[in-house]
Design a binder for this molecule. Structure first.
Ligand SMILES: Nc1nc2c(c(=O)[nH]1)N[C@H]1C(S)=C(S)[C@@H](COP(=O)(O)OP(=O)(O)OC[C@H]3O[C@@H](n4cnc5c(=O)[nH]c(N)nc54)[C@H](O)[C@@H]3O)O[C@H]1N2
Ligand SMILES: Nc1nc2c(c(=O)[nH]1)N[C@H]1C(S)=C(S)[C@@H](COP(=O)(O)OP(=O)(O)OC[C@H]3O[C@@H](n4cnc5c(=O)[nH]c(N)nc54)[C@H](O)[C@@H]3O)O[C@H]1N2
Ligand code: SF4
Ligand SMILES: [Mo]
Length: 715
């Protein structure tokens, strides 16, 4: 008999509300839950393939241990934890706790409890080596916010905006940034119908760019110049919100001065965006009543991400895009603790330069975690404090970290390499132990990650839909099991976890949500997702006598703006001198996959045959002697990879657009048609990296392209 229950999808971080059909303890079908007040029945192709993911033949049903001959043998999870704990104890005793690192990838985020527990685990063993995918994603967001300051009342939101500017993101596919990722197509359509103007800045005419009222086709990596140009127009034409700035911002004149030599001619020549469009963007954004500028990975993976993100903040500040005294806070949070909303700035408080230093490149802790872009070097570089044990939690270093060749070398330097993964990913294949986890529909969960993203106070608790039948454990159980064996504690922000007897996931959720604004039991009572209106919260007045200000022109950024302006422009391609390359390779997301997840699901690989196509303009094909569908070589200063050319005139000449986390180790390159190519092999993580976060150039990578020399099997 088929039974239907409500839950939410966790294939990606958008957490769409779904109905799950279950038969004999198996997930058989997924539909959007039409009754849900936020998602309204929306799902995407990935979510609809949750049954295939859960019941997949290659899914790990038990943990595995690498044998001396390199093969893997099943091992019970308890035995694996015993052995791993013993090895960790040895490493900690001999080399200290810093030698033990965890890397928490995307699937540590698509889960309400993992991150709190893994962080607490590090505190418990006193290891600062806590890494997440955030530091190879958009760390510039937190860096820039900490330097610029934030607005305690929160920003104006998309739902009430008359204008939205998206810089290097494509939220209708990625479900990230700019448009709330809860049925974003409908939200965008509704907003445009009520008059919202959409400005999109992207080198590629992306899905969302096709819907834009104004599309600026910037050259990859040239966002800082373009945004400086837009800001200059705002100053020149008196479009900034003088009253707001007078009361709440510092260094406005310094900002005006710093961007003053970004003339329209200069900006057009360097970015490829016609001057009239630069002016139009400035006016369209500034003249609207309410609006919001936001950015995504494209702009963040290209050079100068901290400056780009700072400009995003200044665009909002210059136009006063914040909630003012007396305005209703649309979503004061449900699962998050209560906090004050005030019409004043939280002053700048740089989130770097404190805590544990890296042993490489002068980097160090950023916002309380270590920078992942330097983790390979932390593993390889000899000396005291070297990282010797790595636990990858729902992440895939060999696919996702910048500089794949170095990552592979790092994996070989580890004394202990543990991967918690649902399948034999590129990284799991190099691990000593692979821990088989439960999948999303086998565990209870709560919308922790998305709590502040909802346009209304919404939350969703789900019980487990089916009972896992094999020896699979949750990620938090791994950390609890090791802590239990090592005798360390797990103190979460909401309180300690019991260490004598293993709690249930629901008990862990109770601790995670111990300070939630709405009690978790009330959220549990709802059948599915619900809006928890509670008391109306309004933005309070500024504290009398305070003069806290947002800093629109910190001195170090003024210097960076000057450095960019001092770079000469090469005419023609407009790229910088010294870059002897014909193209820039930019990153992108694909609808059917979530980074490397979904590559093994046949319903998702149907369109592209299981590769990450190298999207390029057909004119470049003609010029470089490349045919559509042909295998090409893509060469950077670091390495050469193979890719499958796919003509797409959304991509301009001089640009290749490719998704990351594909391919495998170099020995597998010939299978490019069925496994794709690794764009991170093209990245040199010691070249052009960000001095604060170590973020390497993961987009706008200078490359050459040509037809592949060697014959390649069709895979
Ligand atoms: N060049 C370039 N590099 C990039 C990017 C880019 O745009 N360009 N993007 C960066 C960004 S934004 C990110 S976030 C990182 C992504 O970095 P990662 O998170 O390290 O990479 P993924 O490929 O998403 O790896 C996720 C792994 O989790 C496994 N998995 C799937 N479901 C589950 C589950 O339920 N539990 C567990 N335990 N595991 C599961 C998958 O099989 C997969 O191996 O990559 C970064 N790297
Ligand atoms: N379907 C799907 N959804 C995903 C993921 C996935 O793999 N698949 N990954 C998830 C992850 S980990 C994250 S962090 C989010 C990211 O979410 P987004 O930031 O929205 O990521 P993308 O969809 O890659 O959009 C980035 C855009 O930036 C453009 N771009 C590239 N280089 C530049 C540049 O130099 N300047 C500018 N202005 N634009 C540039 C690209 O053409 C692309 O359209 O998506 C998440 N959602
Ligand atoms: S957007 Fe797709 S993958 Fe993401 S939560 Fe919704 S249905 Fe799942
Ligand atoms: Mo990401």
């Amino acid at each position: 008999m088929v039974e239907t229950k409500k839950s939410f999808c966790r294939f990606c971080h958008a957490f769409c509300a779904i109905e799950v059909d279950i038969e004999d303890n198996k997930v058989v079908e997924i539909r959007g839950d039409k009754s849900d007040p936020i998602y309204g029945g929306y799902t995407c192709i990935k979510g609809r393939h949750l049954p295939e993911q859960h019941n997949h033949a290659d899914r790990l049903r038990s943990s595995l241990k690498r044998m001396p001959d390199g093969s893997f043998k099943p091992i019970s999870s308890e035995q694996a934890l015993d052995e791993i704990a013993e090895k960790l104890r040895g490493i900690i005793d001999e080399h200290g706790p810093r030698a033990v690192a965890s890397y928490n990838g995307t699937y540590a985020f698509c889960n309400g409890v993992t991150l709190s527990v893994s962080r607490a685990w590090h505190a418990g063993i006193k290891s600062p080596s806590y890494y997440t995918s955030v530091t190879i994603d958009q760390p510039a967001k937190a860096i820039a916010a900490s330097r610029h300051g934030t607005w305690m009342g929160g920003g104006q939101n998309f739902e009430t905006a008359d204008v939205a500017m998206l810089i290097g993101n494509n939220p209708v596919v990625s479900m990230f940034g700019g448009i709330p990722p809860f049925n974003p197509w409908k939200r965008l359509r509704d907003a445009q119908q009520r008059g919202l103007k959409l400005i999109v800045i992207d080198p590629r005419e992306s899905d969302v760019a096709k819907r834009a009222d104004l599309y600026l086709q910037v050259k990859p990596g040239e966002d800082p110049t373009l945004l400086a140009g837009i800001i200059r127009v705002m100053f020149h034409e008196g479009l900034v919100d003088g009253d707001f700035l007078a009361g709440n911002a510092a260094h406005v004149e310094e900002l005006q001065k710093a961007v003053d030599n970004f003339s329209l001619d200069y900006v057009e020549e360097r970015t490829g965006v016609p001057a009239v469009l630069v002016e139009r963007a400035a006016r369209m954004f500034a003249e609207a009543q309410r609006g919001v500028a936001s950015s995504g990975t494209g702009a963040n993976m290209s050079p100068h991400p901290n400056l780009t993100e700072h400009f995003v903040n200044t665009l909002n500040t210059l136009c006063g895009r914040y909630l003012r005294e007396g305005e209703v806070v649309p979503n004061p949070g449900v699962v998050s603790p209560e906090r004050p909303f005030m019409a004043q700035a939280n002053p700048p408080n740089p989130a770097w330069g404190k805590g544990e230093p890296s042993r490489v490149r002068g980097l160090g802790e950023v916002f309380g975690e270590m920078p992942t872009a330097a983790l390979s070097d932390e593993i390889i570089t000899p000396g005291e404090g070297r990282v010797r044990a790595l636990i990858s939690v729902g992440g895939n270093p060999v696919g996702a970290w910048p500089d794949q060749l170095k990552t592979i070398e790092a994996m070989k330097h580890l004394d202990l390499n543990v991967s918690i993964d649902i399948k034999m990913s590129q990284t799991a294949k190099m691990a000593d132990y692979v821990i088989a986890p439960k999948l999303s529909l086998e565990r209870p969960d709560l919308t922790v990650l998305t709590d502040s993203w909802y346009p209304e106070p919404y939350a969703h608790y789900t019980p487990a839909m089916v009972e896992a039948e094999d020896d699979v454990i949750e990620e938090w159980e791994f950390f609890w099991g090791i802590a239990h064996r090592l005798g360390s504690e797990l103190n979460l922000p909401g309180g300690p976890l019991p260490m004598d007897k293993k709690p249930t996931t629901d008990q862990v959720l109770d601790v995670v949500a111990a300070k939630s604004r709405i009690p978790l039991d009330q959220i549990r009572e709802a059948d599915g997702g619900a809006i928890f209106s509670g008391e109306v919260v309004r933005v309070d007045a500024k504290t009398p006598g305070t003069d806290v200000r947002l800093d629109v022109a910190p001195a170090d950024l003024v210097e960076e703006i000057g450095e960019i302006r001092a770079q000469p422009i090469v005419s023609g391609a407009g790229y910088l001198p010294g870059e002897d390359f014909s193209h820039r390779l930019i990153s992108r997301r694909m609808r059917e996959f979530y980074n490397s997840s979904g590559r093994d699901i046949s319903g998702l690989t149907a369109r592209d045959g299981g590769t990450n196509p190298a999207f390029m303009n057909s004119r470049d094909g003609a010029e470089f002697g490349i045919e559509d569908g042909e295998i090409i070589e893509i060469e950077s200063s670091r390495a050469t990879i193979l890719g499958v050319a796919a003509f797409s005139d959304d991509v301009p000449s001089g640009v290749i657009s490719m998704a990351h986390s594909w391919g495998d180790v170099p020995e597998k390159d010939q299978d490019v048609r069925s496994i794709g190519g690794s764009t991170n092999r093209l990245v040199n993580n010691e070249e052009a990296y960000d001095p604060i976060t170590g973020m390497a150039r993961q987009s706008a990578i200078p490359v050459n392209i040509r037809p592949a020399k060697k014959p390649v099997s069709s895979g």
